[in-house]
Design a protein around this ligand. Structure first.
Ligand code: TYD
Length: 210
């Protein structure tokens, strides 16, 4: 699907399982982009907007919801996030770096919750009018190693089984393998400085081309 949003900035998504170091890499990348004079929008899903904050709280710390409701709430968060924050930022030339985007819904709700990869992807593409990242960085890590790194109490999704998190990882890797031009897959066990260098090396030509 062709994005219908006009854009001059670049849209970069960080994806991966829980606790793989996305937030650290988002901060490092943000600083690198700012040092180069770009306007920067650092954001995340769920919860990149005020409405998203309520949805995040309900999704991660609220009571049980059925898988379809969960998928629709993530898609609602994403629709509002794109419409009110991401698309306007890209249109004015800002760099947008988000901690999670559409692939998280495909992996968690589509695959691990078994709602269907195609259906959940279509739902999010409808919600976002087809907006896809210019580059998705997948920080890949074995779920056991990721859980061991966690410092805070697990949220509702983190409490899911090992099998659930293995399925999430598998699907992220499949999505990346299907479109190597739009993905950078990194071993998240590597040193954060090395990961950052790999990300900026991949991003530099994209910045020059725009
Ligand atoms: P996040 O805050 O990124 O958690 P972490 O820092 O542990 O990676 O994401 C919150 C949780 O929401 C995470 O378990 C993944 C889940 N999630 C989905 O299930 N679907 C989605 O579409 C998104 C954006 C997140």
């Amino acid at each position: 699907m062709i994005p219908t949003h006009p854009r001059r900035g670049l849209f970069i998504a960080l994806e991966g399982g829980d606790g793989v170091g996305k937030t650290t890499q988002r901060a490092l990348l943000g600083r690198w982009l700012e040092d180069r004079g770009f306007e920067l929008v650092l954001t995340r899903e769920p919860g990149g907007t005020e409405l998203g904050g309520y949805l995040r709280e309900a999704l991660l710390h609220g009571g049980h919801v059925d898988p379809r409701t969960e998928a629709l709430l993530f898609a609602t968060d994403r629709a509002h996030h794109v419409h009110s924050l991401i698309a306007p930022a890209l249109a004015r030339g800002a760099m947008v770096v988000t901690d999670r985007y559409l692939d998280s819904s495909v992996a968690y709700q589509g695959a691990a919750r078994d709602l269907g990869i195609t259906e959940v992807r279509e739902l999010s593409l409808w919600a976002t009018e087809g907006l896809l990242p210019d580059l998705t960085v997948l920080l890949d890590l074995e779920p056991g190693a990721a859980a061991a790194r966690r410092q805070e109490a697990p949220d509702r999704l983190e409490r899911e089984s090992d099998g659930f998190h293995r399925r999430v990882r598998e699907v992220f890797l499949e999505l990346a393998a299907a479109e190597p031009g739009r993905y950078l897959v990194l071993d998240a066990a590597a040193d954060p400085g090395e990961l950052h260098a790999a990300i900026t090396a991949r991003l530099a030509p994209l910045l020059e081309r725009r």
